[in-house]
Design a protein around this ligand. Structure first.
Ligand SMILES: *Cc1c(COP(=O)(O)O)cnc(C)c1O
Length: 396
């Protein structure tokens, strides 16, 4: 059976060209980038070369790009690092639909004496810039609002929030893991002081990411040791990973316009056809959303069974974020945009990639209505009324 991968927001395949560029750094070019000899210099140059390629996508200086083990570390670093560095306050502002790498870090900080304001979001998942302004207090040290949501694809008004943050002289971090190399991420236009990115979400390798930190930003390192990354992030550089990260960024920048045009056309075809299914709707904003994201709900259906049925037919999709899909708790994002518990359970996230074809989308569009119908036929919830008494069982 042909398998169709439609879960690119969980992770993406490593691009063949990217892998080829990484390959020598696993074997002959194995040097430690800190070593003074030729092996070391070879590795060092590869790392700096990659840093430049990433800086190009962000439109920043290469010295403002700091490598991390991924998006999770970058998010943790931005929040904890600023909390440790700024002694003049203990208040943070964020949205309730952030990735868990931000939300759980905020909860951890709350346990340690920090106060966190979780802004309201509307039915599309938008944060209102005016709400950010109202939430700023004398002791606010940081605002963290994601660029694009990993579940419903909504693109937040980052420029405006950033303008307010600048005016009020509060640091502004944005989780750009889903937006980097998919939509423009010029950090000057976005008015951000910090921006998290991760390579495996755009055809690069897993386990490598970066935090953009604008020059002059007060932030403490999380990892201490040999003083790598100019003392900001110790640990021997993951050279093959960094090379792959750079290669994927170069490729991503070059292909952004073309790829997104193609994905928007496939995405919109998918949305149009899927919404013909009875009792279905689209989550997230219809236009201000990632080019590759389509997120639906189907009434009277359980998302997990939908994923398994689709998988049997060769289609790999997701119910929400990969991290939460193993638990039966409904997505915090869907609950916060106003869906009921039982509605949030019937969700399907389809995230496209540059390798997906029209034929694949036609296949999905053909298979999906039948799967939904079948699941509804065996659904224990015969009506909306019964459905509303349904409660999820918690699972670790
Ligand atoms: C995937 C993801 C992360 C985590 O990145 P990792 O590199 O997997 O640790 C953080 N934020 C968002 C929005 C993501 O989609």
């Amino acid at each position: 059976m042909k398998r169709i991968y439609l879960d690119h927001s969980a992770t993406s395949p490593l691009d063949k060209e990217v892998f080829e560029q990484m390959r020598p750094y696993f074997s002959s070019k194995f040097g430690n980038a800190s070593s003074l000899h030729s092996f070391g210099r070879e590795a060092y140059e590869a790392v700096e070369n990659a840093r430049e390629k990433i800086a190009k996508v962000l439109n920043c200086k290469p010295t403002e790009v700091f490598f991390t083990s991924g998006g999770t570390e970058a998010d943790n670093w931005a929040l904890k690092g600023v909390a440790l560095a700024k002694k003049d306050g203990r208040h943070i502002i964020t949205s309730p639909i952030e990735h868990h790498a931000v939300l759980h870090t905020c909860q951890y900080l709350e346990k340690n004496g920090y106060r966190v304001t979780y802004l309201p979001v509307d039915k599309y998942g938008f944060v209102k810039p005016a709400d950010v302004e109202d939430a700023i207090r004398k002791d606010t040290i940081l605002i963290s609002v994601m660029h694009a949501n990993n579940e419903i694809g909504t693109i937040e008004p980052i420029e405006e929030i950033g303008r307010i943050a600048k005016e009020k002289e509060v640091y502004f971090h944005s989780d750009g893991v889903q937006s980097f190399c998919k939509i423009p991420t010029d950090v000057n236009k976005l008015n951000v002081d910090m921006f998290s990115i991760s390579a495996h979400k755009f055809y690069g390798p897993k386990g490598i990411g970066a935090l953009y930190i604008q020059e002059g930003t007060k932030i403490e390192p999380l990892l201490h040791g040999g003083g790598h990354e100019r003392g900001m992030r110790s640990g021997t550089e993951n050279v093959p990973g960094i090379v792959g990260f750079g290669a994927a960024s170069e490729l991503g920048l070059k292909r952004m316009g073309k790829d997104s045009e193609k994905m928007i056309s496939l995405r919109d075809r998918l949305i149009r056809e899927t919404l013909k299914i009875k009792d279905s709707w689209l989550n997230g904003h219809p236009v201000k959303r990632l080019p590759n994201n389509a997120h639906f709900c189907f009434g009277l259906i359980e998302g997990e069974s939908l994923i398994l049925y689709l998988d049997e037919r060769g289609i790999a999709a997701s119910t929400g974020s990969a991290c939460s899909s193993k638990s039966l708790e409904p997505s915090h994002v869907l609950l916060r945009i106003g869906l009921k518990h039982e509605e949030a359970h019937g969700s399907l996230r389809i995230t496209l990639g540059r390798e997906n074809t029209k034929e694949e989308i036609e296949y999905v569009v053909k298979v999906l209505p039948g799967v939904v119908k079948k699941l509804r036929a065996i659904s224990p919830f015969k009506s909306r009324k019964e459905l509303s008494s349904f409660k999820s069982t918690e699972e670790d």
